[in-house]
Design a protein around this ligand. Structure first.
Ligand code: GLC
Length: 548
């Protein structure tokens, strides 16, 4: 049994993307008051915790991942008092609250960056970021060849206060997101204070943005990634800006701060690092508590590949005493309802849009997604859900170009669609204006015409709906203690089938398109309709396991 102080080892953590969850003031952008008003739905779903993407002061050039003040709420989302009300409501409902920490970069609107622009090249103000002289006769070329995750150069040249073309600053993401220099003690001090600010305000933990990017190799050597590598990158060995050893002492420093608080507060790292055995270094006992398992997210719907990634996850995380985590969707990837119907899956960040051919088949995609979710929720450890997946929402492909806001779309001249398609505001009530997302019907990204058919109220209480399937699976997961269980593969179930036992539950996934015979046994839940003695293709069933 997991000690209650270690709630995070088995938690199902529901990601709220504030601008798209619920809009309390009718301006078309979700906000904290909107979240507070709709939190019952998350508790009713059966989640243990919520993680909120950034709601801090920000010019919103990267949807809030460009923070101008780490210790305040952007007026778009409300006030600190609205945050307190939201946190209180969440805690009253038994939900832990995790907020996003964005330490790799600030917004270019952050006072420190504005001070750096106004200061001299070798000043202390510039030393908090990564400013360098350019190459070429007059410094007209960027200091190295690094490319931004969102496309284009990772460097932008500044105009010095005297009007002359000057130094360059590094931004692994948008030019509005200058990277901090984490060798600078002032930067470390700032983030210690940010951690304490939110801990003292009662948060239960932090999801740490780009936790594989904080340390860069000295001298910033050139690096050319392989053409097919995903944009968030740490999959290749020796990338001079990803997964450097220097990140670990930063996490140890933060862990010491978190350990001063009771009950346990957690750090969950967003680290795109492969192989999983290397990623396990992020969750050694004195570092983070959890890290996202993007190796799992990126695994195709294939029995052999799934078995291999589950084994390497349990082995690698288990070897350092950490729980494995599992995730299928978030605000940066194509929703798994659509992704699992695409072969081969596109690289992270590319998105789908009008030019994507062939289009993912919505029926196949949803069937696979539900089967994949049932397979995931039976696994021991902690699982992340992304808002809207419990409704079976697909990625929205047909957003008009002018509505798209993702810097990936803007910086690649539309060549990559980016991540807007998974960020369309949620449908709550089929018949309400804006499907109940806002009182006025306004929505910062247009909701497609088919949205009402996915609305929460159209699924609530309807047997077989995606929402009821999620609720049933989460309730059974809790009742059978699967989060704190142990996995044992069951052999010999047949080709295309993958089966494991966790405690008294036998999970069988039919990862092929064709039907398979269904073992006798009491059905606890299933991702889709079962035939008489038949496990249809792309379907997962949980049976009460025979004793022994
Ligand atoms: C992380 C976030 C993503 C953001 C990026 C830059 O990957 O999840 O949304 O764009 O970091 O902060």
């Amino acid at each position: 049994m997991t000690a209650s102080n270690e709630w995070w080892r088995t938690a199902v953590i529901y990601q709220i993307y504030p601008r798209s969850f619920a809009d309390g003031n009718g301006d078309g952008i979700g906000d904290l008051a909107g979240i507070t008003g709709r939190l019952d739905a998350v508790a009713e779903l059966g989640a243990d915790a919520i993680w909120l993407s950034p709601f801090f002061t920000s010019p919103q050039r990267d949807a809030g991942y460009d923070v101008a003040d780490y210790c305040d709420v952007d007026p778009l989302f409300g006030t600190l008092a609205d945050f307190d009300a939201m946190r209180e409501r969440a805690h009253a409902l038994g939900l832990k609250v995790i907020v996003d920490l964005v330490p790799n970069h600030s917004s270019s609107d952050h006072p420190w960056f504005q001070d750096a622009l106004a200061a001299a090249p070798d000043s202390g103000e510039r030393g908090r970021y990564i400013f360098r002289e350019g190459r070429g006769d007059t410094g007209e070329l960027p200091p190295n060849n690094w490319q931004s995750v969102f496309g284009g150069d990772a460097w932008t040249r500044v105009t010095e206060p005297d009007g002359t073309p000057g130094q360059w600053y590094l931004h692994l993401f948008d030019s509005s997101q200058p990277d901090f220099d984490w060798t600078n003690e002032e930067v470390r001090k700032l983030f210690r204070a940010v951690l304490r600010f939110w801990l003292d305000r009662g948060v239960d933990g932090f999801r740490v943005d780009v936790a594989h990017g904080l340390a860069k190799v000295d001298g910033l050597p050139d690096y050319t990634p392989p053409a097919d590598s995903g944009s968030m990158g740490g999959d290749e060995p020796d990338v001079p800006y990803w997964a450097q050893d220097g990140v670990h002492e930063i996490f140890r420093d933060w862990r010491r701060i978190l350990d001063e608080y009771e009950p346990a507060r957690i750090l969950a790292g967003e680290a795109w690092v492969q192989p999983i055995s290397k990623l396990a270094n992020w969750v050694r006992p004195d570092e983070m508590h959890q890290t996202f398992n993007f190796g799992y997210l990126e695994t195709a719907w294939d029995a052999g590949a799934l078995r291999a990634v589950v084994d390497s996850s349990l082995d690698s995380f288990g070897s350092v005493g950490a729980p494995s985590t599992w995730v299928l969707s978030n605000h940066d990837v194509i929703r798994h309802t659509s992704r699992l119907a695409l072969t081969p899956p596109p690289v992270q960040g590319s998105g789908i849009g009008p030019r994507t051919q062939p289009k993912p088949d919505a029926v196949v995609g949803l069937r696979r997604a539900r089967a994949a979710t049932a397979f995931m929720l039976g696994l021991p450890g902690s699982s992340y859900l992304y808002q809207g997946e419990e409704l079976g929402l697909p990625e929205v492909a047909d957003l008009p170009d002018e509505a798209r806001e993702d810097p990936t779309f803007l910086r690649t001249g539309g060549e990559l669609y980016g991540r807007d398609g998974c960020r369309v505001p949620l449908p709550w009530e089929a018949a309400a204006p804006g499907t109940g997302f806002s009182t006025t019907g306004a929505s910062w990204l247009p909701q497609p015409a088919f949205w009402p058919s996915y609305a929460r109220d159209a699924q609530r209480g309807i047997p077989g709906s995606t929402l009821e399937f999620y609720r049933e699976a989460l309730a059974a997961r809790r009742a059978h203690g699967l989060g704190s269980g142990a996995l044992e593969w069951v052999e010999g179930t047949g080709e295309g089938l993958l089966a494991y036992r966790n405690g008294d539950v036998l999970v069988i996934a039919n990862v092929s398109a064709g039907a398979a015979p269904l073992l006798d046994g009491e059905v606890i839940t299933a991702s889709g309709p079962l035939g008489e003695g038949v496990l249809p293709g792309d379907t997962t069933v949980w049976l009460r396991a025979p004793k022994g």
